[in-house]
Write a protein that binds this ligand. Sequence first.
Ligand code: SF4
Ligand code: SF4
Length: 242
Amino acid sequence: MINNLDVLLEHKAEQLGASFYGAADLAVAHQAIEAQGGSHIAQFPFAISVGIALQHSLVDALPHQNDLSVIMSYRSQAYDVVNSRLDAITSTLAGLLQAEGYNALPVPASQTVNRNNLTAIFSHKLAAHLAGLGWIGKSCLLVTAQSGPRVRWGTILTTAPIAADSNPLEEQCGECDECVRICPVQAFSGQPYRLGEPRQVRFAARLCSEYFSKREKEIGYSVCGLCLYVCPHGRKHSRNLQ
Ligand code: SF4
Ligand code: SF4
């Protein structure tokens, strides 16, 4: 544990607008991380997870996703702006770690590198889960107590022995299957998350991606996110829906 650096990193993340901050020891997921991103990614024993809560007004509008103003607002404010804010936070924290003599890699907030599995080099949700910030739901989204799944995530992988002493939260989906039922292309199997199990067991990412492509051809733009919108753990925090 290196208290001063931990405090500095968390403070800087908050200052830059992070709503969530946590540190994870990645040892329990080493094999799965290597399988997804290779040894270059799996060489890092720790991760810092940062999240930015989405505006409820943007998420609550998602059922009206044929409306161009809903599409444009969501894509701009819930994807592009938030992703670039996350990238700025992870870049800054990685710089602080490097200045202290540690190796650190900021993982881009949104980037698909494996065109077959439609996965990124590293799962932000896995880091956030191992940092104790939430559980991975049947939607494959990270569900938090404070905002449900209405959060976007970024990660810094590092060699710094940060204070990664949180326990992952237990899954709290229970009998709920609202995200499974609302998906227009039945992309979710409804299986609960198990550490190390490939995502394909729970989520057919290609069906989701093809749905986006089809809608883009039909109306020129697309968003969906109904699985994010419907989760009761997020909806209960929205004043728009009370
Ligand atoms: S974004 Fe839409 S299509 Fe994709 S998994 Fe969620 S509900 Fe299904
Ligand atoms: S909608 Fe229900 S099943 Fe899906 S992630 Fe949220 S709580 Fe879990």
